[in-house]
Design a protein. Structure first.
Ligand code: 3PG
Length: 305
């Protein structure tokens, strides 16, 4: 059995070594395609493999169509909006993610971004502290919960909105649940976004929510670019000279935002939330183990299609 790791943004070497060990101990062969620049390289590499591990690499219908032997694809990470699940299901290919495995890395970056924005992007001048500020966690999943935990250590007051998690559970963790997304944005100085990109959430963060934020409001996005209504974000930042936006996924109008709002906007040059050795190892090894378990025993834990 051949297992392909296809990563435009490669895993750390230690993670690849760990994946190789799991794959070879299971009697399988590891194929590696890293830093590819043309999708044709991906098509070629996937053509005869039985299993596939990717990160944010797009597993489109075209990829699925050329992968004649493919039985399973695992997104080493949380968000699986890069997988064409319909195409996978049509060919009986199992799709999985590795929830929680890279969450701490993303959570640490989100908190780092809050400090960076409240300290004038590390430019000279008087900044503000996180202590005593209100933080709104928009979606209380694996990453959101970790951000809340770290922020507690900074003495922040933490709120969360998540229609899928019972309020009691949120309350039990020392976080204040709110009843609506509007309430979260009206209440909190910081919003940390942890919603997935779905048909319902795309472009859902716009003028209506951002204009409600209290003075000094700061939006931190380590989730997905697509959830932001970029034109409305620009409009509200033009109207409100106090609002800040920090993102790990550069918006299409990033250059314009950068030139207009030098210390109120920051985007990382390339998505780096899950770019730690620890997260690479956790997610990469989990992906390899899930594939081996599936191939050997049919275990479908973490299947998403
Ligand atoms: C995820 O959904 O797990 C993160 O966005 C990480 O993405 P990456 O593997 O491309 O860094």
């Amino acid at each position: 059995m051949k297992i392909l790791v296809a990563t435009e943004k490669p895993f750390a070497k230690l993670a690849v070594d760990g994946i190789r060990k799991i794959v070879e101990e299971a009697g399988c062969e590891l194929c590696l395609l890293e830093k590819y620049t043309d999708v044709a390289e991906f098509y070629k590499a996937v053509a005869d493999v039985d299993a596939l591990i990717v990160r944010s690499d797009k597993v489109t219908k075209e990829v699925i169509d050329v992968a004649k032997n493919l039985k399973i694809v695992v997104r080493a990470g949380a968000g699986f909006d890069n997988l064409d699940l319909t195409a996978c299901s049509a060919k009986n290919i199992v799709a999985m993610n590795t929830p929680g495995q890279n969450s701490n890395a993303v959570a640490e970056l989100a908190v780092g971004m809050m400090i960076y924005m409240y300290r004038n992007c590390f430019n000279p001048g008087t900044g503000s502290e996180l202590k005593g500020k209100k933080l709104g966690i928009h979606a209380y999943g694996n990453v959101g919960r970790l951000v809340a935990n770290i922020a507690k250590g900074f003495g922040m007051e933490i709120y969360a909105f998540d229609p899928f998690i019972p309020s009691d559970k949120i309350k039990a963790e020392g976080v204040i649940p709110v009843n609506s997304v509007e309430e979260l944005y009206s209440t909190c100085h910081f919003i940390s976004l942890h919603i997935p990109a779905t048909e319902e959430t795309k472009k859902s963060i716009g003028y209506n929510l951002l204009s409600r934020m209290p003075k000094g409001g700061c939006l931190v996005n380590t989730a997905r670019k697509e959830v932001i209504h970029e034109e409305e974000l620009l409009k509200v930042m033009e109207e409100r000279a106090d609002l800040k936006y920090c993102t790990d996924i550069a918006p299409a109008n990033g250059e314009e935002l950068k030139s207009k709002f030098t210390t109120r906007f920051f985007a990382t040059p390339k998505k780096m939330g899950a770019e730690t050795a620890e997260a690479n190892i956790n997610a990469g090894l989990a992906a390899a183990s899930q594939i081996v378990r599936f191939l050997k025993t049919g275990d479908r834990t973490f299947q998403v299609n």
